[in-house]
Design a protein around this ligand. Structure first.
Ligand code: ADP
Ligand code: MG
Length: 575
């Protein structure tokens, strides 16, 4: 895990070494200043060398300036290093998410992915940036000051350092408590956000049930928990800083009184005592840093593990090495003994399906809800792979075709249209971003939505709201059809494309769909059988498999499932 983590530093090696070098300089400067003070008190003043005093003051001023330049570099470029690494990880994670198959998203909540992209990555950056720096500075300051102090007076040094483990323990435990309370705050704000997101996107339902008060109450509960968590976190923060303050003071007191005694007994000079006092305050820095590092390491590594957990999921639906590109697709589709289940062989949704759809023909599938019609459609563009049997397009096994090429040749219209937040033009051109404005208008005309679009004040630039809320169901469906006209795929799948619409709109959309289906191999799934009467072949899919197949007339003659279904719908319409 650490190896993968470190690999993210590789592209930014230069920055990393610059950061570490200047961090090292800062520690060295901090270590030598007390020695200067000691020198002034012990040597220069007793000797009355004012010239030396002036000289050293100037040198120290110069070093001070250098120290703060280093501080600037570390603070600026160190953080930038963290930002770069976070950027790279977020980029990798998002690109990787794009490769994951439907099955991954079936079992994942969007909110969790979001929290990984935001919270986990923030923890990782903290570690990526401060981790090496903190560890390094602490180490240099610790070892450096220990050596310098031992050289001045080893007994006093050992006494002072014997307190260090207690302080480290204190700092780490208090820090842990503080971080734990911050984490609780983060969890609570995540809940508040999730609650907010859910309530606001469901606001129309809430209002229609007049459940505003219920929503407010639910929200307030989360809001109060968030408030209390923050209260708690400030308590922990206060404990931590007050605790560290007390420790520093106690140590100062020990140094002053014990050091004073050492001066009185002439074991050390006044300058040594001053150096000791200054060093004591310096120790507190690495101790704080070390405590911070321990916590950052824990959080960052937990975040990184979760990050790698997603990165390590490999899609099993990928291109073969010698995958081919489809050219001039005619659209002959075959299913040979296809079986499929969502959970590896158990609970088969489809078993032993055989199908042969000649190029340019229209085949309809009807059957009860849950019989696997949508599933069957999803196997063609390889949203899922078959468990057994194979599917062929123009004689090529779809597993031998490049995924991109396969999917570019298939268009799907679904019942619940998904439109992206943006303008009408954005959504139509999504079908093929390389096409021109004229092509977009042409597609809209074919989908019979152009006149409507032109009647809007902003025309094609009309903003359709989140997921297209500003449009009616029929309008949304037309835009999705225009999107497909633009894509112009030789194979078309219509999965209950009009089921959500009222009868009048359905008839109109039906005309557009027929237009779209012209010259393409089309697989239609329909609820209302009137819409598929003209199909070249109709299949009846039930939980038992394909039970019947034939043209509308043939199936009526057979007088079995289809005929019964048809008559019942006919009666419904007549009544
Ligand atoms: P239809 O389109 O004919 O109504 P589906 O193909 O949507 O039927 O569903 C067939 C069966 O597969 C149903 O029992 C459904 O519960 C199950 N199913 C559908 N999608 C998934 C999925 N993503 N994960 C697991 N099971 C699913
Ligand atoms: Mg379905």
């Amino acid at each position: 895990m650490l190896k993968e983590f470190i690999s993210y530093y590789k592209p930014h090696k230069k920055l990393f070494f610059i950061d570490m070098f200047f961090a090292f300089l800062i520690s060295i400067f901090d270590l030598i200043f007390p020695m200067f003070s000691r020198n002034i008190v012990n040597e220069i003043i007793p000797q009355g060398r004012i010239d030396l005093l002036i000289k050293w003051t100037i040198i120290m001023m110069f070093l001070f300036i250098l120290r703060y330049i280093s501080e600037y570099i570390v603070s600026y470029w160190g953080h930038v290093l963290g930002v770069y690494i976070e950027h790279d990880m977020r980029k990798d994670l998002f690109s990787h998410l794009q490769t994951l198959p439907f099955s991954y998203y079936d079992n994942t909540q969007t909110g969790h992915i979001m929290s990984r992209l935001v919270n986990d990555l923030r923890d990782i950056t903290e570690l990526a940036h401060h981790g090496p720096e903190d560890l390094f500075i602490s180490l240099v300051m610790f070892v450096g000051s220990f050596i310098l102090l031992i050289r001045i007076e080893w007994k006093l040094t050992l006494i002072i350092f014997s307190f260090v483990p207690i302080m480290i323990w204190f700092a780490i435990t208090k820090r842990k408590k503080m971080e734990e309370s911050f984490r609780e705050v983060r969890r609570k704000i995540a809940d508040v956000n999730a609650q907010l997101e859910n309530s606001i996107s469901g606001i129309r339902v809430a209002k229609s049930f007049t459940n505003e008060d219920y929503e407010i109450e639910k929200f307030n509960k989360g809001n109060e928990l968030f408030r209390d968590a923050r209260k708690q976190s400030y308590k922990a923060m206060a404990e931590f800083s007050a605790g560290i303050g007390i420790m520093t003071n106690i140590l100062n007191l020990i140094v002053i009184s014990l050091g004073g005694y050492f001066v009185y007994r002439n074991f050390i000079n006044l300058g040594d005592l001053i150096a000791y006092t200054l060093y004591v305050n310096l120790f507190m820095q690495p101790i704080r840093r070390l405590a911070a590092f321990m916590q950052q390491y824990q959080d960052g590594m937990t975040g990184f593990e979760r990050f790698m957990e997603i990165m390590n999921i490999k899609s099993d639906i990928v291109d073969k090495e010698d995958a081919i590109e489809l050219e001039d697709v005619e659209g002959h589709i075959q299913f040979k003994n296809v079986s499929f289940s969502y959970n590896d062989g158990e609970d088969k949704v489809l078993s032993n399906i055989n199908l042969d759809i000649e190029a340019g023909k229209t085949v309809a599938i009807v059957g009860p809800s849950g019989s696997g019609k949508t599933t069957l459609c999803h196997l063609i563009p390889r949203f899922y792979d078959t468990n057994e049997g194979d599917i062929f397009i123009d004689g090529y096994n779809i597993k031998d075709i490049k995924l991109k090429s396969l999917r570019q040749n298939i268009g799907i219209v679904q019942q619940d249209v998904f439109l992206f937040t943006g303008t009408i033009r954005d959504n139509i051109s999504y079908g093929d971003p390389t096409k021109s404005e004229e092509d977009i208008i042409e597609a809209a005309k074919k989908a019979r939505i152009h006149d409507f679009i032109m009647s809007l004040p902003d025309g094609y630039d009309t903003y359709i709201g989140e997921k297209g809320v500003k449009l009616s169901g029929g309008q949304k469906q037309r835009i999705s059809i225009a999107r497909l006209f633009l894509k112009d795929p030789p194979i078309l799948i219509l999965d209950e494309a009009t089921s959500a619409l009222d009868t009048a709109t359905e008839v109109l959309i039906q005309q557009s769909l027929e237009e779209l289906a012209k010259g393409r191999t089309t697989l239609i799934i329909a609820h209302r059988l009137s819409t598929i009467k003209n199909a070249d072949e109709i299949l009846v899919l039930t939980n038992e498999g394909i039970e019947e197949r034939g043209s509308h007339e043939e199936l009526l003659k057979q007088n079995y499932i289809y005929a019964k279904l048809y008559r019942s719908q006919f009666k419904e319409l007549a009544s």
